[in-house]
Ligand binder design. Structure first.
Ligand code: SF4
Length: 494
């Protein structure tokens, strides 16, 4: 089973007025106190992640009995020690695990002695991923700083390479007489066998705390995607929406991030801010694109219940400066059109990826696509949740309460499990899947529900095909889903 990993970093410098994510403002603490809180949290996060990965690996979490030495690379008939570096054409360890008997050479230490050849790409050549994607979100993960992200990634390394049970140093078995260093040469710069493994590792960051040391520590530790929260370059619009952090640092931080992450750079932008008219938004998008990101998320500002923004908007005169109803929609559409004109494709409600030529890797976010397609993931951290769905279409969602102190004291104490029956999973599969331009995953859908999507809601699909393509469906997603759920209710499919 493949299973992605979401790690929540529940700290921010200060709360933004529109935000309803769970995070604790670290502003009031001294630097020393912050460091102590952050490292205590990292320890708790790693311990809980290890426990959850082991659960999945051992089958207790519905994962199906993964055992590193026997199932690790998992092609049919795979035998770990004989077939270990198995993909056709793989050359990293020529002559390596070809023949039994396989015993560890005296004193061999994999992590220290293992030397892949120059040009070796772990993700492309290695084994099928157990953890295909990792997402470190928040809050503000860049508040971990260079030392914090390094500690987190080093601790995470052995867990994300083999589902939590595999221990490289004790389970790895080179043949007798194997000389790891002979002929292999030095590893490529920054190569770290344990953390280069998942295909995509994303970290969210805010420009104020994403300094060069943090960005470099991310790259060295295998993070290959950076999601940077910009929202707007316009100081008045940011201030009026209660977004923390000024604009002075933005160009410098963006240039550094673009250089380090290339097409792995994603920028979060926002429309519908107060004082933000069409010109301001289009200027914002132009400036964002001048740093050549591979990916842009364009969110419409929403007033979530209980936030200071919602209180402002409901107070007398509080709507002053904010775009209203249709104006806000038109603004977002103007932003969408600007992105499309600039060579981006909208592939989800709020997400845009730079178009690539056939055969090139798309900068779409693989981790989020797994959410939209209801593939399995574990979420760890206060207010995080994850869902594991079996081949029978039944699922189990595990969530943590929003309390960082309780999480540090013992994460299991704030953990809750919810069983999802087939009907609930089916509805959620539609709810999430149709946000994405490719829809729910056809093979996974059939495996879980025994039918294709077309066989499940034929009338809805026929009606909406007449109404236009994906662009219309996603613009009027609620209407599409109402039709789909009504058709489901009238069928006997669950
Ligand atoms: S920095 Fe991000 S997570 Fe933190 S309060 Fe602001 S919007 Fe919310």
């Amino acid at each position: 089973m493949t299973c992605s990993l979401y790690l929540h970093i529940p700290f921010c410098s200060a709360k933004c007025d529109y935000c309803d994510f769970y995070s604790v403002p670290l502003g009031p603490f001294t630097p020393k106190e912050r460091e102590r809180i952050i490292f205590r949290y990292i320890d708790a996060l790693l311990a809980e992640t290890e426990r959850r990965c082991a659960e999945i690996a051992g089958g207790d979490g519905g994962g199906g009995g993964f055992k590193a030495n026997t199932d690790y690379c998992r092609p049919a008939g795979f035998k770990a020690n004989a077939d270990y570096h198995r993909p056709a054409g793989f050359k990293a360890n020529t002559g390596y695990c070809a023949q039994p008997p396989l015993r560890a050479a005296d004193g061999f230490k994999t992590n220290a002695d293992y030397r892949p050849p120059a040009g070796f790409k772990a993700n492309a050549d290695y084994c099928p991923a157990v953890v295909p994607t990792v997402y470190i979100g928040g809050g503000t993960p860049s508040l971990l700083g260079a030392a914090g992200i390094t500690a987190l990634m080093r601790g995470l390394g052995p867990l994300i390479t083999a589902g939590g049970k595999y221990s490289t140093n004790t389970d790895y078995r080179p043949p007798a007489g194997f000389k790891a260093n002979a002929g292999y040469g030095p590893p490529p710069d920054g190569f770290n066998a344990n953390v280069d493994y998942p295909a995509e590792i994303t970290v969210e960051a805010n420009p104020e705390s994403a300094d060069n040391a943090f960005l470099e520590a991310c790259a060295v530790n295998g993070i290959n995607r950076l999601s940077l929260g910009i929202q707007s370059f316009d100081a008045a619009a940011r201030r009026a929406a209660g977004r923390r952090g000024g604009t002075a640092l933005l160009p410098e931080r963006l240039a550094a991030a673009a250089e380090i992450f290339g097409p792995g750079l994603s920028l979060d932008m926002m429309s519908g801010l107060p004082e933000q008219d069409r010109d301001v938004l289009l200027r914002d998008i132009d400036r964002a694109l001048s740093f050549n990101p591979g990916h842009v998320s364009l969110y419409a500002l929403t007033a979530e219940e209980g936030t200071p923004l919602a209180a402002t908007l409901s107070s007398p005169g509080g709507r002053e400066g904010f775009p209203r109803g249709d104006e806000a929609d038109e603004l977002w559409l103007a932003g969408r059109d600007a992105l499309v004109r600039a060579g981006f494709e909208q592939y989800e409600v709020s997400n845009f990826a730079r178009r690539v030529l056939p055969g090139q890797k798309s900068p779409r976010c693989a981790h989020n696509i797994r959410y939209w397609r209801m593939e399995n993931w574990i979420g760890v951290g206060p207010a995080a949740s994850g869902t594991i769905i079996g081949d029978d279409g039944r699922g189990r969602r595990i969530s943590y309460g929003p309390d960082v102190d309780a999480f540090i004291a013992g994460a299991e104490g704030i953990m809750a499990a919810e069983e999802l029956d087939r009907a609930a999973v089916l509805r959620e599969t539609f709810l999430m899947g149709f946000r994405y331009d490719q829809g729910p995953d056809p093979a996974l859908f059939r495996k879980r529900f025994g039918l294709s999507v077309e066989e499940t809601i034929p009338e809805t699909l026929k009606k909406w095909r007449r109404f236009g393509g994906w662009e219309n469906r996603v613009l009027f997603l609620n209407g599409f889903l109402l039709d789909a759920f009504a058709e489901l209710d009238n069928s006997r499919i669950t």
